[in-house]
Design a protein around this ligand. Structure first.
Ligand SMILES: C[S@@+](CC[C@H](N)C(=O)[O-])C[C@H]1O[C@@H](n2cnc3c(N)ncnc32)[C@H](O)[C@@H]1O
Ligand SMILES: Nc1nc2[nH]cc(C(=O)O)c2c(=O)[nH]1
Ligand code: SF4
Ligand SMILES: [Mg+2]
Length: 210
């Protein structure tokens, strides 16, 4: 295949810049503790200064991979799939999710919501970012809202975002990893004062697993 043909397939979501894929335990949010196969798609231009996968940002560093190949490999390990990145909604997620769905998988997404929704999902984790806000449509379909708390201004941002989600959406505050010692006591107090929120920790980092 020449470069133009590959680009055309990436454009349609038939190929995706795959950074890594691995079977692990979902560490964060509502499904923490659940075994799941992670598919990490490269490419993100949101630019969070504390992002823990900056290597994912440049899509060109990650080989365009056919979605059928991604699906076959994933389903050998698990029927619970987490699509993350990078920012997966940079790409058309329809081909990947429809193929996974046809094979009976449960498909979850980790997204900032910064780009329009594509694909069909069983669980949507929306982690909004101040520097590139979610598109309005995603608030209605988000199953969980997971706001990263790096400093105390983030509590106000969390409330602004919570005011936009649907009423069944589960609300999480997750400490930014490098600042967790400082922010964790504030998060604990905040959640006790505002019990509509729950704490989410990056438990995989404590367990030393991917
Ligand atoms: C790496 S992002 C990829 C998916 C998507 N771009 C997003 O931000 O939701 C996966 C999750 O990790 C969170 N995250 C990234 N860096 C983090 C950090 N340093 N501390 C805590 N959570 C972090 C994100 O907010 C998101 O919920
Ligand atoms: N174990 C594990 N759980 C996770 N939950 C969300 C992750 C992500 O980077 O999207 C992640 C991750 O990278 N590893
Ligand atoms: S949106 Fe997600 S992948 Fe992109 S920089 Fe922020 S945390 Fe990292
Ligand atoms: Mg991660």
């Amino acid at each position: 295949m020449n470069e133009q043909e590959v680009n055309a397939l990436v454009e349609r979501g038939e190929m995706l810049p795959l950074m890594e894929d691995f079977y692990t335990i979902q560490g964060e949010g509502f499904h923490k503790g659940t075994a799941a196969y992670f598919i990490r798609i490269g490419g993100c231009d949101v630019g969070c200064h504390w992002c823990d996968v900056k290597e994912s940002w440049n899509a060109k560093l990650h080989p365009p991979t056919g979605v059928d190949q991604i699906v076959e490999k994933a389903l050998k390990s698990s029927k619970t799939i987490v699509v993350t990145g990078g920012e997966p909604l940079t790409w058309n997620m329809e081909p990947l999710t429809s193929r996974l769905k046809a094979r009976g998988a449960k498909i979850h997404i980790e997204t900032s919501g910064a780009y329009p929704m594509t694909g069909t999902w069983d669980w949507i984790c929306l982690s909004p970012k101040k520097i590139k806000l979610p598109t309005p449509e995603i608030y209605e379909v988000a199953d969980e809202l997971k706001v990263i708390v790096f400093n105390k201004h983030d509590f106000q941002f969390a409330e602004e975002q919570a005011a936009k989600v649907n009423r069944n959406c589960i609300l999480y505050l997750q400490p930014e990893w490098s600042n967790r010692e400082k922010m964790m006591p504030l998060i604990v107090d905040y959640v006790m004062q505002n019990p509509q929120w729950k704490v989410s920790l990056q438990t995989h980092k404590y367990l030393n697993i991917p």
